[in-house]
Design a binder for this molecule. Structure first.
Ligand code: B1M
Length: 213
């Protein structure tokens, strides 16, 4: 029964049916589905199909953009459930999508999960240059700087940010976590980021681990 609702969410994401998504997500919530299952089995599963069809040139950027809007409409409904925040802040995190990259769905999810785990989060948005990452991390007294990249062409901006962090003598003082579809642990090792996470929940685990929480 609930599987059918997940399937409808998946199809509505692929079809870019923006008005239907909030209704379906609310329906799943009232059917007692967990926010995590709605996210993973519905919304993210739908975006995965979009990614496959996009890669195979069966759909193009305008369709992907509409699906992304549908995804955001679903995340808006889930947000308060994913962010059921802890009382005292566990620490400050700055997060953003690196320079040259406009993808923000995964980054927004990671941001929501951090908030849900009780961190104070400064979200710098997309296309964030190295200077801005570091200036904001210093200004907000962040313990963790979290960078997202979805493009192989924007990954070098992670390295540029790490290089600037080193130049400013902040390595070790501000912990760094990187992630995003093309990013790997190997790449994190190469650029000497403190941590890598392959999904939003493991980003939270990694932040806690790095801060000894
Ligand atoms: Co783009 N795009 N896109 N796109 N797009 C990809 C990434 C691509 C893989 C599609 C493909 O070819 N199969 C491909 C990249 C190839 C590569 O470099 N490896 C690609 C391309 C090529 C492009 C353009 C260049 C296309 C063009 O213009 N010709 C262009 C680039 C624009 C730019 O950024 N400068 C482009 C544009 C777009 C849209 C604007 C249309 C749209 C983005 C809308 C938006 O974000 N607001 C879009 C989308 C939606 C996608 C796909 C289809 C879906 C991405 C997504 O949101 N996934 C994507 C294909 C795919 O990934 N399957 C694709 C759902 C999201 C929940 O997952 O973001 O992976 P994800 O986040 C995950 C994990 O990666 C991880 O946790 C999240 C969930 O648990 N994670 C982290 C993410 N950040 C993390 C940070 C962490 C830890 C974990 O720590 C800090």
């Amino acid at each position: 029964m609930i599987e059918a609702v997940y399937d409808n969410i998946k199809k509505a994401i692929f079809a870019g049916n923006i008005p239907e998504i909030p209704t379906l997500v609310r329906q799943a919530l009232s059917d007692k589905a967990s926010p995590e299952d709605i996210l993973n089995k519905g919304l993210i599963a739908g975006m995965a199909v979009v990614g496959e069809k996009f890669k195979a040139n069966e759909i193009y950027v305008p369709e992907v953009l509409i699906s992304a809007k549908a995804m955001h409409a679903g995340l808006d409904v889930l947000k308060p459930f994913l962010e059921k925040a802890g009382v005292a802040s566990k620490g400050n995190i700055v997060i953003g999508t690196v320079k040259g990259d406009l993808h923000d769905i995964g980054k927004n999810l990671v941001s929501m999960m951090f908030k849900g785990a009780g961190f104070s989060v400064t979200d710098l948005g997309i296309d964030v240059p190295p200077e801005k990452f570091i200036d904001e991390a210093v200004r907000s007294k962040a313990q963790v700087m979290a960078m997202s990249s979805l493009l192989t062409t924007s990954m070098p901006s992670m390295k540029a940010t790490m290089d600037l962090l080193k130049k400013r003598g902040l390595v070790g003082k501000i912990k760094t976590i990187i992630g995003g579809a093309p990013v790997t642990q190997k790449y994190a090792d190469e650029i000497q980021a403190d941590g890598y996470a392959d999904n939003a929940s493991s980003a939270v685990d990694k932040a806690k681990e790095l801060l000894g929480l």
